[in-house]
Structures are given as C-alpha cells and as structure tokens.
Design a protein around this ligand. Structure first.
Ligand code: LMR
Length: 330
C-alpha cells in the first residue's frame, strides 16, 4: 500500500514538474484598447508602455495595444474592462459620468487656465483621491494622462457665444458638456469618438470640440471649415485597469508595471503639448479650416456664458474639489 501511494505521488509530482514550467512560461497578456490613433498623446503613451514592458518584463508580461477603436470603442470598452476582457484603457474622464460625478471637474469649461495648471492640479492630493473614485465599480485608476486644451469647431465662424445658437455639437458622454452647449443656445449629441467624422460629414451635427491632435488625427478639420482657438476646456484621460485583475498580479510584476506607468505618464504629459502644437500647424498648413482667434474680451464673453455651470455642478463635484482646482491657476 505504502509503495503504491509513494509511486502514485512520485508519478504525480513528475506530472506537475512536467506541466508547471510550461504554464509558468505563458506571459500574462494585458490588452490595452483605446480609441485614438498611434500618433496622438495617448496613442504614443500606449506604445511606450508596450515597449518598456517588452524590455523589462519579457516572458512575464505582454502588452497588446489595440488603437483607434479596433477592439473596443467608447460604447463598450468600460463594460469589457469590468468583465476583464480588456485589462487597460485610458478613456477621457468625461466618459466616467455613469460611475462618478466627481471627475466632471475636468470637464468644467474655463476652470483651468492652461495645461500647466492642469498638471499642477494632478499633483495635488485632491486629484490623487479622484483616481480611487471608481473603486466601488472595480475600476482602478493608475494615473492621469493629458491630451490638451480643447477648441471649438463648426461649419460657421464662432466668435461670440451667440454664433453657436441653433447648432448641434458632437460631444463625449458627459452631462456637464451637454450643459456647456445648452448655456450658449446650442444642442449637443453624445456620440462615440469613432463616429465624430461621419456625424460632421453627414451634417448630423455641425460642430464639435476637441484637441488639435484629435481634430487632425481623425481628419475632423477636413469637415470643419472654422476652428475657434478657445482653449476653453481640457481633455484628460485616466489610465485604468480592472481592480481584481490588478490585485491578482504577482507583487513584483505589479510594482514594475506601476513604475512603468509613472514613467509613461511623465512622457505623455511632457509630450502632449508638443504633439498638439504640431497638429495645430498641420491643420493650419492644410488650409482646410479658417482659424478664429479670440480677443481677450471675446474669450471673456464665452467664459461668462458658461460661468453658471460652476454653481450648478458644485453639489455633484464637491466644493472642495472645485476650490482645489481654482487654486492652481496663477
Ligand atoms: C473624444 O471622444 O472626443 C475623446 O475622448 C477621444 C479620446 O480618447 O481622446
């Protein structure tokens, strides 16, 4: 009997020894899906993430990048992350409206004077706390990645708020952004990013707002004859993962991925402005769109038209968060 048990155990341990290395050799696959092209701030960040993981964690972790809504788009990527079918996303915070209202802080028009102010806010404790604002939904925030300041575009010249009256604008899925356009007598349609071009081309909407890099990389300038350099709001992403998946990673791997995330965040936030400046030049050079430059008093009129949103959204966002954001302007 003893011999039988010993032999069986020996055979079993051989089988384990045979099987285990093969299993251990399979790298952990992290699917990173996003909706923009490779040559935008987020697109470059995703590729750098992939490269650094390949250099430092080869054989242990593999990042697969799916750009430009090729795997998931705005409509289904967050559900897919919660089901762990994709492990990394970097949606614009405007798309988290259904999970938390606090992140609407970044959608508030004219709140941040420029991208430098946004960066200062992102270093504050209040903003670090926002990374955990969707923990209850199994979404873990690793970092904020910036794209840039948003511009208005339309099929007619927008110089004063009244010029937008009666137009429909494509927006991200954010109630605050919808209200932003209502404030100026326009309407807004929440559409996935991948549908922006078609919606503008077909005339379903007549205007939009986005950063220079998003306007250029989706060729939106080719269907928008006027771009107003309003810098009225900011486009910020949150690099997120599925909490359960993240916590299941071996400690050493997780620590290295967090280190890589920090390095990539610094890269994206340093490069974003340069990429947007280059795409601004690309658009102006292409001659597709007339640039509308606002005088300080014209810009002030837009700011005033949208000012009531601060009071309206204070209960949802929190007066403390709004105050922290207002303090970063110089
Ligand atoms: C948009 O939908 O306009 C942006 O959030 C797209 C993106 O990810 O930059």
């Amino acid at each position: 009997m003893f011999k039988f048990v010993a032999t069986t155990l020996f055979a079993a341990s051989l089988a384990v020894a045979y099987v285990t290395p093969a299993v251990a050799e399979e790298p952990i696959v992290i699917k990173f899906s996003h909706v923009v092209t490779d040559d935008t701030p987020k697109g470059k960040g995703a590729r750098l993430f992939q490269k650094l993981v390949q250099e430092r964690l080869a054989g242990k972790v593999k990042i697969e990048v799916y750009p430009n809504s090729t795997l998931y788009g705005d409509a289904d990527e967050l559900d897919a992350l919660q089901r762990n079918e994709v492990q990394m996303l970097a949606p614009s915070v405007s798309k988290f409206d259904q999970y938390t209202k606090q992140l609407e802080i970044f959608d508030m028009p004219f709140l941040f004077d420029d991208l430098e102010a946004v960066k200062r806010f992102e270093k504050r404790d209040k903003s670090r706390e926002l990374l955990g604002s969707m923990a209850g939904q199994g979404i873990y925030g690793l970092a904020f990645w910036n794209n840039g300041m948003k511009q208005f575009s339309a099929n007619r010249e927008l110089r004063k708020p009244a010029d937008a009256h009666g137009l429909a604008f494509r927006i991200q899925a954010s109630t605050l952004l919808e209200d932003q356009f209502k404030q100026i007598g326009a309407s807004a349609l929440k559409l996935p990013f991948s549908q922006s071009f078609k919606a503008l081309q077909s005339g379903q909407v007549q205007g939009t707002e986005n950063t220079w890099s998003n306007l250029y990389s989706q060729k939106l300038n080719t269907v928008q004859p006027y771009i107003t350099e309003s810098n009225h709001g900011v486009l910020v992403y949150m690099l997120i993962t599925n909490s359960k998946f993240w916590n299941s990673l071996p400690f050493g791997v997780r620590t290295q991925l967090e280190q890589i995330s920090d390095e990539v965040t610094q890269f994206v936030n340093k490069e974003a402005e340069a990429i947007n400046n280059k795409d601004r030049d690309n658009i102006l050079g292409s001659g597709t769109s007339k640039l509308v430059t606002l005088t300080p008093s014209e810009r002030q009129a837009w700011r005033e038209a949208m000012q009531p949103l601060v009071k309206k959204y204070e209960p949802e966002i929190g007066a403390d968060v709004i105050r922290a954001a207002q303090l970063v302007n110089r």
